[in-house]
Design a protein around this ligand. Structure first.
Ligand code: UFG
Length: 323
């Protein structure tokens, strides 16, 4: 059985939907940001907190866990700057509790959701896994710290792990049953689509004076279903013993500016956005684009869905919006 911690959240719930086709799954989630209804009903659901050792002991005693996939984290850069305690508590301390219980039950396979925020402001145009990590906010630090903890646990206790550094996760399940449902929403694509549905008055573009061709920030958007597929390949590689300690970037390898994303949303929806240029948002690097060559070469993963497909699936979900 696979334990998916944070399986009711945006990325976790999309992974669970794919994983239940292949494995027995138990989801542990405290529903602080996730949605119970987003969890596929073929998975066992346990409401609990990964920072609470009792909750974890109950799950590990009750189910024969062979691997853990960890999606349960706070992930807003801005909030991490104003409330670092929350980020170090929930992202680092709670993960240590989880790892402690895993070691106690001799569960040694671990897939960890990390982030492009570990790279900070990179000096290269295309980021690969050898690019230096220099986080510039507590969120990025919290994820980088866990990566270090995993490397140390691997050496000392024989933990086997794969770290997946996501770039900009976006889109929705092609069935439109689940999608990106944050409250408050801070991410670009859902904000633009909410505006085009009449739920927001306008879209603010945070800065148009960056050193990029059109002056707005460039990001690498990756479909959440492609992310889910990468997790399943990583899990197979770990459980089969093919991989023991790896870090992989997950992106499209293509960068799109904020303006290009808005234009693509307009094209897909056939609606015109009202756009206002505002000040830069603190902590935004000008450009974050991944090389995902490593995971392609080693596990055969490739992003199959481009920005248009991401926005098409997101738009379908936004119109029907369930969870
Ligand atoms: N943006 C706007 N207006 C908005 C919202 C966003 O102009 O209303 C811009 C941002 O300034 C940024 C781009 O759109 O340039 C994308 O912003 P998102 O908030 O959608 O995503 P981020 O790139 O800030 O964040 C993502 C993940 C984080 C991760 C980070 C790594 O959501 O978890 O990448 O830098 F930490």
């Amino acid at each position: 059985m696979i334990l998916v911690v944070g399986g009711a959240g945006y990325i976790g719930s999309h992974l669970v939907k794919e994983l239940v086709e292949k494995e027995d799954v138990v989801v542990l989630d405290n529903l602080s940001t996730g949605h119970r209804e987003a969890v596929d009903n073929r998975a066992v659901f346990v409401k609990g907190d990964l920072g609470n050792e009792e909750d974890l002991l109950m799950v590990f005693r009750s189910y024969p866990i062979k691997a853990v996939m960890h999606f349960a984290a706070n992930s807003l850069v801005g909030e991490s700057v104003t409330d670092p305690l929350k980020y170090y508590q929930n992202n680092v301390a709670a993960t240590l509790t989880l790892l402690k219980v895993m070691m106690k039950f001799k569960v040694k396979n671990f897939i960890f959701s990390s982030t492009a925020a570990t790279y900070g402001i990179p000096e290269v145009d295309v980021i690969d896994e050898s690019t230096a990590t220099n986080p510039i906010n507590p969120y990025g630090h919290s994820k980088r710290m866990v990566e270090q903890i995993l490397a140390d646990f691997a050496k000392a206790y024989g933990l086997r792990y794969v770290v997946l550094r996501y770039f900009n996760a976006a889109g929705a399940h092609p069935s439109a049953v689940i999608g990106e449902s944050h409250d408050p929403e801070t991410h670009l694509i859902p904000i633009v689509l909410q505006h085009l549905l009449g739920e927001r008055e306008q879209v603010s573009v945070f800065g148009s004076d960056y050193e990029t061709p059109d002056g707005t920030c460039i990001r690498d958007y990756i479909h959440v279903t492609d992310l889910a597929a990468a997790h399943i390949l990583a899990l197979e590689a770990l459980v089969s013993g093919k991989k023991t300690a790896e870090i992989y970037n997950l992106g499209n390898g293509l960068g799109y500016s904020v303006k290009e994303v808005i234009e693509t949303c307009e094209k897909i929806t056939g609606k015109k956005a009202t756009v206002e240029i505002t000040d830069r948002r603190p902590g935004d690097p000008a450009r974050l684009v991944a090389s995902s060559e490593k995971i392609y070469n080693e596990l055969g993963w490739n992003a199959e869905r481009n920005l248009e497909q991401i926005i098409k699936d997101a738009w379908k979900w936004h119109q029907e919006k369930r969870y």
